[in-house]
Design a protein around this ligand. Structure first.
Ligand code: GMT
Length: 374
């Protein structure tokens, strides 16, 4: 197939998944064009994969740069030479793709979470989002939970297909001998050897990064490494200060990700998580996950088996969960096993491929709109 993929370029789960799908399908012999504002953060040159940058013309008369218009223009170009356009994160990619593709090729969408739960379902845009979703040739979500939520929110005629986030088990491996000391340079020498928790976050309110601080605040025997930037970071730093835990929290860049397997546990206190790619990646390198019992996330992390789940905001419960997983070293292997056996690229990519092929095969252009055969 010739496939156009459209996604957000900035660090985040949807861009990571879109890039992994684009690369994986290219490596399986498809011709893939990835459209974004810049090369997505996980971009890597791959045979069969090309990058199409969205160029925004100067428009001094407009209040904002015409982003959606330019995205549609880039997708219009791509739509001339592909069999299908696959958009990730519905807002605004879906509107731009449907406008661009007209009746030339089908448009399919992967909904990732907040694109529909927080943005697309806002009363100001809900009827429009619903119209766009019903004009897609196929819809997918990373979890069965989000599929149900999307169907209910938008009164969709069919449940979207659940196609989980996935990992490459070869690229993400646990270290042969985990060594906490790897993180010692980030902390004062007095804190050497403390249990190490890690958390990756865009520090949006939905991630509740401040709860991660409260968890480590309640655990004098632990320290926390956060990869994250975003609106709630300053509040999280103030919380650490207030709890007297600043010296046990280090904020680092993404270059530390490959060392995460040396930590003791991954913290994920989100109030909503359609799947939880960062937690899955942590599991792949052998970390048990302590987080919140929110639907979607509980399809990835199994309480008592690969981690410990607690009510949203229950920092004391999560701190107890950390103590529990620290006492159960066998959870490292269980976490790795679940990541590899349940969410491996080799298992998921063929499903994505078949889903796309079926959308292409069953699509009939109807007037100027693409509709499903049903
Ligand atoms: O979680 C974020 O803030 C990033 C967001 C995104 O769209 O980039 O992630 C969402 O999509 C990921 C990939 O499908 C999922 O693993 C995340 O759980 C989901 N985030 C939320 O639902 C909050």
């Amino acid at each position: 197939m010739r496939i156009g993929v459209s996604c957000l370029a900035a660090p985040g789960g949807s861009g990571a998944v879109a890039t992994a799908v684009a690369r994986g399908l290219a490596l399986r012999g498809h011709e893939v064009r990835l459209v974004a504002s810049e090369q997505p953060f996980r971009w890597a040159p791959t045979p069969g994969l090309s990058f199409h940058r969205v160029e925004i013309p100067p428009a001094p008369a407009l209040p904002n740069p015409p982003w959606e218009y330019s995205l549609a223009a880039a997708l219009f170009d791509v739509s001339q030479v592909v069999d299908v356009i696959h958009v990730h994160y519905a807002v605004p990619h879906l509107a731009a793709a449907l406008l661009a593709a007209e009746s030339r090729c089908p448009v399919v969408a992967t909904l990732h979470g907040t694109d529909v739960t927080r943005v697309g379902s806002h009363p100001a845009v809900l009827p429009f989002t619903r119209s766009l979703l019903t004009r897609c040739a196929a819809l997918s979500t990373p979890s069965a939970h989000l599929a149900k939520v999307a169907q209910r929110l938008f009164a969709l005629p069919e449940t979207p297909r659940a196609l989980p986030n996935f990992i490459d088990p070869e690229a993400l491996r646990p270290p042969a001998t985990p060594q906490r000391a790897v993180f010692d340079p980030l902390f004062s020498s007095a804190l050497s050897g403390l249990a190490t928790l890690v958390h990756v976050s865009n520090c949006r309110p939905v991630k509740r990064v401040t709860d991660a601080i409260r968890v480590v605040g309640a655990l004098p025997e632990a320290r926390l490494v956060v990869i994250g930037e975003g609106p709630d970071r300053a509040a999280a730093e103030r919380e650490a200060e207030a709890l007297g835990a600043s010296d046990r929290v280090a904020w680092v860049g993404a270059e530390w990700l490959p060392r995460f397997g040396h930590a003791d546990a991954y913290l994920n206190p989100s109030e909503e998580e359609s799947f939880g790619l960062a937690a899955l990646e942590a599991m792949a390198v052998g970390l048990p996950v302590v987080g919140t019992r929110v639907p979607g996330f509980d399809e990835v992390v199994l309480h008592g088996v690969t981690g410990s789940l607690h009510p949203v905001g229950d920092a004391a419960g999560m701190a107890a969960g950390v103590r529990e997983v620290l006492g159960r070293p066998e959870l490292r292997a269980a976490a790795r096993h679940r990541a590899v056996s349940g969410f491996s690229a080799d298992a998921v990519l063929p499903e994505v491929e078949a889903w796309l092929a079926s959308a292409v095969a069953s699509w009939i252009p109807e007037g100027k709109e693409a509709r499903r055969r049903s």
